[in-house]
Write a protein of this length. Structure first.
Lengths: 204, 122
């Protein structure tokens, strides 16, 4: 859940310029974002086949619009997420759209020593899938898409304050549902930056 | 929940995402930030296999028109094409044929009208 640095944004701008000159250079952008867009589409549709349709249509639109795309200093994924969200929203109004229970993919079980972490990851994904749609969308965009509030607000058509509140409610709900993070998680994989606590005085 | 907690969490998440440091953060907020890290790891785990990605890319390339060509198909058509490729393909062909016939009829009617107008003028 790291925001892009200026250098990373600049590198992305270069990738887009290259793809604008030569469509064959679009592949790195696709590789970078296809998993994110698919996971997002899956969280919105709850159906793997529909999620693939949305993902394919999103990247086809991206390729098509590439010559007209203007860099605005925000991650390219913000544009892709917006297209995917619009495609889903428009098609949900069509008759015949079947919305299944949200289902996020569960990864293959690894060796025994990975089992606990894998189970926990599946629990976390299930907790995300069980969130109300708007909270789920905010979580997918903030933690899956690594976007900032103003970018998420634009995609969701909500205020930045509303996005902050949705994120807070989502994490609070999941905290109640999941309990505390695994001790292994706290010890082995700390948050990207240490946060000194007020009451506990410890660091994460 | 209070407004202060919402803002405190937001700031802590932003700082963590930017690799910064936050001081005097309540432990309940730290727990939520740690949970957010777990969530990020769980939902960004690759869910498409290499073959899925390649198959989807091939589909994207088929769908995306070349520069200057007509825009890509709407999602509804994609869904129908996936579900009923033959029916949807045949339906598309019928619609294209019908459109071509309609255009030709309209053009013919327009030509007749302009002929009549020219005759009247003469």
């Amino acid at each position: 859940m790291a925001h892009r640095t200026e250098a990373e944004l600049e590198a992305e701008r270069e990738l887009i310029l290259a793809a604008q000159r030569d469509r064959a250079a679009f592949a790195p952008l696709y590789e970078r974002y296809v998993d994110q867009i698919f996971a997002y589409a899956l969280s919105l549709t709850g159906n793997r086949e529909l999620a693939e349709d949305v993902t394919a249509a999103t990247f086809a639109r991206a390729m098509e619009e590439l010559p007209r795309f203007e860099w605005r200093g925000v991650p390219y994924s913000a544009w892709l997420y917006r297209v995917a969200a619009n495609l889903v929203a428009r098609n949900k109004r069509r008759p015949g759209w079947i919305e299944l229970q949200p289902h996020l993919p569960s990864e293959m079980r690894g060796p025994d020593e990975e089992a606990e972490r894998s189970d926990r990851a599946a629990e976390v994904r299930a907790a995300v899938a069980a969130l109300p749609a708007d909270q789920r969308q905010a979580v997918m965009l903030r933690f899956g898409g690594e976007l900032r509030n103003r970018e998420i607000a634009e995609i969701m058509g909500r205020s930045e304050g509303a996005v902050k509140l949705l994120t807070f409610r989502a994490l609070t709900t999941m905290r109640h549902r999941l309990g505390a993070p695994l001790p292994a998680q706290r010890a082995a994989r700390p948050a990207p930056s240490p946060l000194r606590t007020a009451s506990g005085g410890g660091e994460v | 929940m209070n407004e202060h907690d919402v803002d405190a969490l937001d700031r802590a998440l932003d700082l963590a995402a930017d690799g910064g440091h936050a001081h005097l953060v309540p432990s309940r907020i730290v727990e939520l930030v740690t949970l957010a890290t777990e969530v990020a790891e769980a939902i960004t785990a690759p869910s498409l296999s290499a073959s899925d990605r390649a198959r989807l890319l091939a589909r994207v390339e088929r769908l995306a028109p070349s520069r200057g060509a007509r825009p890509s198909r709407p999602l509804g058509v994609l869904v129908e094409l996936r579900r009923h490729p033959v029916v949807a393909g045949a339906g598309g062909a019928v619609l294209t044929l019908a459109a071509a016939v309609a255009v030709s009829l309209l053009r013919e009617r327009g030509e007749r009208k302009s002929d009549g107008t020219a005759a009247q003028a003469a």
